[in-house]
Design a protein around this ligand. Structure first.
Ligand code: BGC
Length: 541
């Protein structure tokens, strides 16, 4: 049953919530787990352009890259190199699916800690890698690490943040991803000239991993997760801590208990439950949002910004500087999102960002076509190079205030408690699978379709923007357990959700009353009226 389907008048308490110092600290610490993901994204793009690294592990690629190319789009086209980069995503995909059980069984916090430790081990192995097997083993461990943290952290943030400010708090995760990317790019820049530079760049990943893991050890788990695991007193303490020592958390705790009781009622395997008709909108979003996020083309830019700039004629230094500039713009734009997401809503940002990215991708295509010529053999002029960088910056800003943070936020807030970890796992798995396929194919696409590659992404951006306009309801400010209302009211999704809620409600009304009385919220359901469409009458409890 949709969590909260029976609370006709919304949640019992006003949980719009104050922003307290502990909630800010807790969320900053949790969000810092984005650091490891971002660091890896930034590092792998840079390291794979370092000559000593290529000579040691990928001599063939190095030889090919050093040959004089007539077509500048094909300079780095290598399946082996992309397989190295994207091996992390396959490992991450597998672990994110396991993580749904883990976050349910041991909690969000412990999953974050476990992810940090695994990543730490991977970073150490990569820094000391003597052969390609060690390099791959390291990457697989890094993948396990980000699979766990990317699954658990967005859930953590959404469950701990006050609903009114949930969007702002959740953008913290993407902000830390951005910080990781920029830090990695700066380190790559400093290391590019040294023969051992790649070792330093890869090994230094232990630093963000140590920071986030240590921090995570000191935060408490989310109240929802503690209630789910039967630790009601700890949940009360955790709630009191984040909502403020003087706030009355009884109503919020009572709601959590009641939704947890209902979740327990339905003992089905969550990976099956999520396929029920009533969860169709949730399921579609948990697949479509990460899929579309990747089809904005962001990773192509993030992974290969240095490669792209180098392959279109920038020197290796200026290519790395360009990547740093892009990262900084992206970071600034995430802060804009933090300020706007709870005021103007998710849809507004998705649509604005989509239009902006679409225009930029089309413009990049045109500039590249004009400057490199149809065959891609003309040398790119300085003026055109700068124009490209400007366009990519505007594009990165568009991503930074829309699909970047919101693709982590929205899937973490739309699911009812019992299938929240499962939904989030699907989100991460689809994100990683799409990243893998796109990064595996991008360099050959670039080689074959040249500037036309960017038009491919422009087409997808247009499609996803239309999807948001028609199918994504606004979720700002709605408490997690009342989220069912947004689907019920939606012009399209309503038909999937409505009927099932009311029929189940009819069947279960006695036990619901019992649950509500236990938590002292009896009046919420007494006298509630429901328009039961399937049974053709109004039910008054
Ligand atoms: C995406 C990553 C991307 C990163 C860029 C994240 O939200 O999931 O794939 O590399 O943003 O900053």
């Amino acid at each position: 049953m949709t969590g909260g389907g029976f609370v006709a008048n919304g949640p019992a308490g006003d949980f719009s919530g104050k922003i307290t110092v502990p909630v800010v600290i807790t969320c900053v610490v949790a969000a810092s787990s984005g650091l490891i993901f971002g660091y890896d994204i930034g590092i792998s793009g840079g390291v794979t352009t370092m000559a000593p690294f290529l000579m040691k592990f990928f001599p063939e690629v190095f030889r090919k890259a050093s040959e004089v190319k007539t077509n500048m789009y094909c300079k780095f086209d290598s399946q082996v190199l992309t397989a190295f980069t994207s091996s992390l995503y396959i490992a991450g995909l597998a672990s994110s699916l396991v993580a749904s059980r883990l976050t349910a069984a041991v909690g969000r916090k412990n999953t974050i800690v476990l992810g940090g430790c695994t990543f730490l081990a991977g970073a150490a192995i990569n820094g000391g890698a003597a052969n390609i097997a060690m390099l791959l083993l390291g990457r697989i461990l890094l993948g396990f690490g980000v699979g766990f943290t990317n699954q658990a952290t967005p859930l953590y943030l959404s469950e701990v943040a006050p609903p009114k400010w949930r969007g702002a708090f959740s953008t913290g995760f993407q902000f830390f991803i951005g910080v990781g990317v920029v830090a990695a790019n700066c380190i790559n820049f400093g290391m590019a000239k040294h023969s051992w530079g790649w070792r330093f760049s890869l090994g230094l990943a232990v630093v963000p991993a140590a920071i986030m893991t240590t921090g995570a050890l000191f935060i408490s788990d989310t109240p929802s997760s503690l209630v789910e695991r039967g630790r009601v007193e700890q949940a009360r303490k955790s709630l009191t801590k984040v909502r403020g020592i003087n706030s009355n958390v009884d109503a919020e705790l009572a709601d959590l208990l009641k939704f947890n009781e209902m979740a327990k009622d339905a003992k089905r395997e969550p990976f099956l439950t999520i396929f029920e008709r009533q969860y169709r909108p949730h399921l579609v979003m948990s697949i479509a949002i990460p899929f579309f996020q990747q089809l904005t083309g962001i990773n192509i830019i993030a992974f290969y910004a240095p490669v792209i700039f180098q392959s279109i004629g920038f020197g290796s230094n200026s290519a790395l500087i360009a990547a740093i500039v892009l990262g900084l713009v992206n970071l600034g734009s995430i802060l804009v999102s933090t300020g706007m997401v709870d005021r103007h809503g998710r849809r507004f940002l998705f649509i604005i960002g989509g239009i902006q990215m679409f225009i930029c991708q089309v413009a990049v295509t045109v500039v590249l076509a004009v400057s490199t010529g149809i065959s891609g053999t003309k040398h790119i002029s300085k003026g055109h190079g700068i124009l490209l960088l400007v366009l990519m910056c505007i594009y990165a800003a568009g991503f930074g205030w829309s699909w970047g943070p919101l693709s982590w936020l929205v899937p973490s807030e739309i699911f009812p408690m019992k299938i929240r970890p499962t939904g989030q796992s699907i989100n991460v798995a689809v994100n990683f699978a799409t990243t893998f396929v796109l990064s595996q194919t991008f360099l050959s696409m670039l080689c074959h379709f040249k500037f036309g590659t960017f038009l491919f992404y422009a087409g997808w951006i247009a499609l996803m923007t239309v999807f948001v306009v028609f199918f994504l309801p606004e979720t700002k400010g709605i408490p997690l357990d009342s989220m069912y209302q947004v689907w019920e009211r939606h012009w399209y999704w309503g038909r999937f959700v409505r009927g099932s809620v009311y029929v189940l409600l009819l069947v279960r009304s006695t036990s619901l009353l019992r649950i509500l009385s236990k938590t002292g919220e009896e009046e919420v359901i007494k006298g509630s009226r429901f328009n039961c469409q399937e049974c053709g009458r109004t039910i008054i409890n």
